[in-house]
Design a protein around this ligand. Structure first.
Ligand SMILES: *Cc1c(COP(=O)(O)O)cnc(C)c1O
Length: 376
């Protein structure tokens, strides 16, 4: 077969064929390239409005957005935050650095999101917040989480990095709890190259986040600091790309959904393969990535399947490695003896196939064929 001569299919390729070039040229022509440029504020306003929030604070990436959000809420030493084990390290870094105890819950085996039935038993007198992390295109079950948070007086932090434009029971993801965060990394639904945003309805939190991302400079005595911040400012160049991307968010969601339907069509019925849920009673999948989960009785693990797909020119990525198994956290004495079997299985048996917006029909057909061959 001509497989080796065909160009490999990258796991993600963004679409940048809207107004990106024109807005970037405007930055260069006007000389506005720093964070002081006008596109930053415009991007903050339009994006936060799109996700149903009053304030948007643009930062350098999605990890930084989480760090700023946690710091702004004043969560610190000896507090506890409940979060899923199945997530990216970005969610836990700032908690560890400021002496917070992360308390983990396992995932739902079908939606791969935090299993909300396990939440209440993890609440203690020290619990300060619940961190929602929406996974791969389907939101977590938000309402039971908000109800618990209300009952126990807890903050909710929502990591919506994979959920631009998605809704939960018709309400926008990014609008839940005190504060929500987004990433605009190139594999996300809309991108700024690198970038992130904190969104909130609270004037106070917005002001604090704005100050924290800007070294906590003070208005009247610029170089006198009452608090330690970071320099996490987004540039006008990034915001220019973000604005052009935002103009197409609905088109991108439609496209991702169509891709998800197409992959589902081609791969359903393949023995030993669990596909992403098309919908739940609260949301329809936007397929940020198209994840595959191998059944326990399939001889391959995710790594081996990815290796064989790579040989066929199909770029894949593993699922998240659970927080309770991270060597760096184990060395700190965290999560000793804890086990979250669904999260463990997701890592062991899961991986995702090319899901970028630039993927063509022909490439999808090739990917689906390769997956069938590897599983045959
Ligand atoms: C991508 C992602 C992040 C991190 O965003 P960066 O911009 O890469 O720092 C955080 N949380 C989730 C759920 C993500 O998918």
């Amino acid at each position: 077969m001509g497989d080796i001569r065909q160009k490999a299919i990258p796991v993600n390729e963004p679409l940048l064929d809207g107004n990106e070039k024109a807005y970037l040229a405007e930055c260069i022509d006007t000389g506005w390239i720093s964070s002081e440029g006008p596109f930053v504020r415009q991007f903050e306003q339009l994006f936060s409005a799109r996700v149903g929030r009053r304030w948007g604070i643009a930062v350098t990436n999605g990890t930084a957005a989480l760090e700023v959000a946690i710091e702004a809420l004043g969560i610190g030493q000896d507090d506890e935050v409940i979060m899923p084990s199945f997530t990216i390290i970005s969610c836990i870094g700032q908690l560890i650095r400021c002496g917070v105890k992360p308390v983990l819950v396992d995932s739902d085996p079908l939606t791969w999101n935090m299993d909300v039935t396990q939440l209440e038993s993890r609440i203690t007198t020290r619990t300060k917040a619940i961190m929602i992390v929406h996974i791969f295109g389907l939101p977590a079950d938000v309402d039971p989480i908000l109800a618990l948070a209300r009952r126990y007086g807890l903050y909710v932090i929502e990591d919506a990095a994979e959920m631009h434009g998605q809704t939960y029971r018709s309400r926008p993801c990014g609008s839940f709890g005190e504060i929500s965060t987004f990433s605009f990394y190139p594999n996300k639904l809309i991108t700024t190259g690198e970038g992130g945003m904190v969104v909130t309805n609270s004037d106070t939190l917005a002001a604090t986040c704005g100050s924290l991302r800007n070294l906590c400079f003070q208005q009247h005595q610029r170089f006198v600091h009452e608090r330690l911040g970071w320099n996490l400012r987004m540039t006008n160049l990034q915001a220019a790309v973000g604005l052009a991307q935002l103009e197409r968010i609905d088109e991108f969601i439609d496209r991702k959904r169509a891709m998800g339907r197409r992959y589902t069509e081609m791969l359903s019925g393949v023995a030993g393969l669990q596909l992403p849920l098309a919908k739940t009673d609260y949301a329809e999948n936007i397929y940020w990535v198209f994840g595959l989960l191998l059944a326990d009785d399939v001889d391959l693990d995710g790594r081996e399947a990815m290796r064989r797909l790579a040989e066929k020119g199909v770029g894949c990525r593993p699922f998240f490695y659970p927080m309770h198994q991270q060597p760096v956290l184990a060395r700190l004495g965290l999560f000793t003896g804890e086990s979250y079997p669904v999260a463990e299985r997701l890592y062991r048996k899961g991986f995702y196939i090319p899901s970028g917006l630039a993927l063509t029909e022909e490439q999808m057909v090739r990917v689906a064929e390769a997956v069938r061959e590897v599983l045959a």
